[in-house]
Design a protein around this ligand. Structure first.
Ligand SMILES: C[S@@+](CC[C@H](N)C(=O)[O-])C[C@H]1O[C@@H](n2cnc3c(N)ncnc32)[C@H](O)[C@@H]1O
Length: 248
């Protein structure tokens, strides 16, 4: 199954953007990016990282294979060069960038080693990050719900979701620096959470969209229970594993 996201930007932002917008400045800090550097955002999605890079004065380009997301990127960031392209075939010259970053992307790419090799070809420094398995409260609650309600959420991308796999992915390209990046997602209430999941974004959204009416009702009740029956606003924690290299 292709990992290219074919969902509207609003559904993506509601479901994942509320986390990835908070992750982006933390990831950019980890990658050591400074104003004036030329940076490529690979698998840019709706632009959470683009926005953080522009805010620190970087010169930004974006590559993203989803036509819907490319349209959103061009509208949101008119000064950014957006290429509709997969990470495995980046349409840029060797050494065109100071850095290439992929935030929450490598698990969705068909050939992650080829993608990282392309990033190392076009940039002097590269950095990637992915959510850790079971280290994102939202996904853990959905997984527990799926195991109660069924069907199981597998198969879905579970590769490159721990520090060792992320390290090994980048190791062919230089000495690896690793970190764990912690953020939270904020919800007004359980309805806000349920609405975000109901948009069909990502593997978790597709799991919910595949349930019949009865299973969906059970999932609603079970998820509410799994999240501690929140009565008002709540926050969920999410931890990403990150790695960076400066190719020799
Ligand atoms: C979880 S989203 C992350 C989006 C964005 N980087 C963010 O942090 O919000 C994963 C992104 O990877 C993109 N993707 C899937 N396959 C890809 C590939 N082969 N090359 C580049 N991006 C890909 C998807 O279309 C989607 O935009």
């Amino acid at each position: 199954m292709s990992g290219v996201f074919r969902v509207g930007e609003a559904a993506y932002d509601d479901f994942m953007g509320r986390y990835s917008r908070r992750l982006a400045p933390v990831f950019a800090d980890f990658a050591g990016l400074r104003g004036g550097e030329r940076v490529l955002d690979v698998g840019a999605g709706t632009g959470a990282l683009v926005e953080a890079l522009l805010a620190r004065g970087c010169e930004v380009a974006a590559a993203e294979p989803s036509p819907e997301f490319c349209e959103a990127l061009r509208r949101r960031f008119p000064g950014v060069a957006v290429q509709e392209a997969p990470a495995e075939q980046l349409p840029f010259a060797d050494g065109a960038f100071d850095a290439a970053l992929a935030q929450l992307v490598v698990a969705f790419v068909a050939d992650a080693p080829a993608a990282v090799a392309e990033m190392a070809r076009v940039a002097r420094r590269i950095a990637v990050c992915m959510w850790g398995v079971a280290e994102v409260d939202m996904f853990a609650a959905i997984d527990r719900t799926a195991s109660v309600v069924g069907p199981d959420r597998l198969p879905e991308p579970r590769r490159y979701r721990n520090a060792q796999e992320i390290h090994d992915l980048l190791a062919p390209h230089g000495e690896v620096k690793a970190a764990e990046l912690d953020v939270t997602g904020s919800y007004r209430d359980f309805d806000d959470f349920w609405h975000a999941l109901s948009g069909g974004a990502g593997p978790a959204g597709r799991w919910l969209a595949g349930l019949d009416a009865e299973a969906r009702e059970s999932a609603h009740a079970e998820l509410f229970r799994q999240l501690g029956s929140p009565d008002g606003p709540f926050e969920l924690a999410a931890k990403a594993v990150a790695a960076a290299v400066t190719p020799g």
